[in-house]
Design a protein. Structure first.
Ligand code: ADP
Ligand code: MG
Length: 386
């Protein structure tokens, strides 16, 4: 049974009635680590692992939500929605409802069943995938047209303000607006993008370290504060800057003492990552897979040494990936602190690499690691019956 058919059956069993199904892919940030909330450029793509939501309106103000992944439900009422004390998954549902209530999109309660293929907390943005699938579904059952850019902005606000993980716009935007077979070169200041075709001669392998990045929300917020502190210090001598995006490598070097070593290295990661993203977009468009891979590896080194968002397991996995035949480069994805890593491969070597990684990293993990060969997919959408 297809994913859409089985979620429909599960919904009918649990709640009764015919639901609308929406599905949203996962996101792979090829390069552009932590650049989004510094108003920089990022280069993500999407992959055909989906979060599906089945949803039907109710005649009252009740919301009944069930996650197949957690085997757990939650019920609450409009219009007052409060975040849980224990980071419950239903906070993401409440978060999206809460921002859509502000735009008067939601007039009644609903039943919702959620089922996702993505690793949860693995750095492939199951959170943004869930938010956008739910947002798309709620706007659609309200009889409104979805403005994809607006959807991304609303879902980012939901996660940053309601859930409290101060994420940038990359994940929600890539999942809402990405094009099949393409990477999304996103300018996070202008909130505008360009589609960059992914070369035929490039495969991306994703492997999960098996370490949950539960620290990620706290670590992410801490890095954001460090970047804000660096900008505030730099503004005392460079009053025209608004974000680290505006700082040149020369300006940064000249102000090393003013910043102190910690804020200097954090800023250096962002400033150099911006250059790498620009170069990677050019290399991708030219089909220069070897150059893309080299930039991906440089991004990882900078994320580890300057931004300090790697961990032992990611280091071991990136080393194994990088040592495989046909690998052009490897790095952590998402915010880091655990979760998945990616390797950039020439297609003929992909299967061999999967076997090698499975054996070598599997020995360390004590079981076969979860892995996935990226299949760039279309953005969030309604699933129509086959
Ligand atoms: P990532 O986005 O990298 O997967 P996050 O910690 O940002 O990691 O988000 C993971 C959280 O999102 C989960 O712990 C859960 O609260 C919520 N979530 C994602 N997918 C689902 C799902 N299918 N069912 C219920 N909650 C989900
Ligand atoms: Mg997330």
């Amino acid at each position: 049974m297809s994913g859409d058919a089985s979620i429909t059956v599960a919904f009918e069993r649990r709640f009764g009635g015919k639901p609308l199904i929406c599905r949203a892919p996962g996101r792979i940030n090829i390069i552009g680590a932590h650049a989004d909330y510094n108003e920089g450029l990022v280069l993500p793509t999407t992959t055909a692992l989906y979060t599906r939501v089945a949803i039907a309106s109710r005649h009252d103000q009740r919301i009944r939500a069930w996650s197949e992944n957690f085997g757990d439900g939650a019920e609450f009422d409009l219009p007052t929605l409060q975040r849980s004390d224990n980071r419950h998954w239903s906070d993401y549902v409440k978060a999206v409802v809460s921002v859509l209530q502000d735009t008067a999109c939601i007039k009644s309660g609903f039943d919702i069943l959620i089922n996702g293929d993505l690793p949860l907390g693995g750095g492939l943005s199951s959170s943004a995938s869930l938010e956008t699938a739910l947002g798309y579904a709620l706007i659609s059952i309200g009889g409104n047209e979805v403005d994809r850019r607006q959807l991304a902005l609303l879902c980012q606000r939901a996660e940053a303000e309601f859930v409290g993980a101060r994420c940038g716009i990359m994940d929600q935007y890539a999942i809402s607006c990405g094009a099949s077979g393409h990477a999304t070169l996103l300018d996070c200041r202008e909130i505008r993008h360009q589609d960059i075709p992914l070369p035929q001669g490039m495969d991306i392998l994703v492997v999960d370290t098996g370490v949950k990045h539960e620290l990620a929300a706290g670590g992410l917020n801490e890095r954001r504060e460090e970047c804000e502190a660096a900008v505030a210090a730099l503004q005392t001598v460079l009053p025209g800057i608004h974000a680290l995006r505006d700082v040149t490598p020369g300006q940064l070097e000249n102000n090393r003492e003013l910043l102190g070593e910690l804020l200097f290295t954090r800023s250096r990661h962002i400033v150099t990552e911006l250059q790498r993203v620009r170069e990677a977009a050019t290399a991708l468009a030219a089909g220069d897979v070897a150059r893309v891979g080299a930039l991906v590896s440089e991004s990882h080194a900078s994320s580890r040494d300057d931004y300090d968002v790697s961990c032992d397991e990611l280091e071991a996995l990136v080393e194994i990936l990088s040592g495989c035949r046909g690998c052009h480069g490897a790095r952590l994805v998402g915010a880091g602190f655990g979760g998945c890593a990616i390797g950039i491969f020439s297609p003929p070597y992909l299967e061999e690499a999967m076997n090698t990684v499975s054996a070598k990293y599997g020995r360390m993990l004590g079981r076969a690691p979860w892995m996935h060969a990226v299949r760039p997919s279309g953005p969030v959408d309604i699933s129509l019956p086959a």
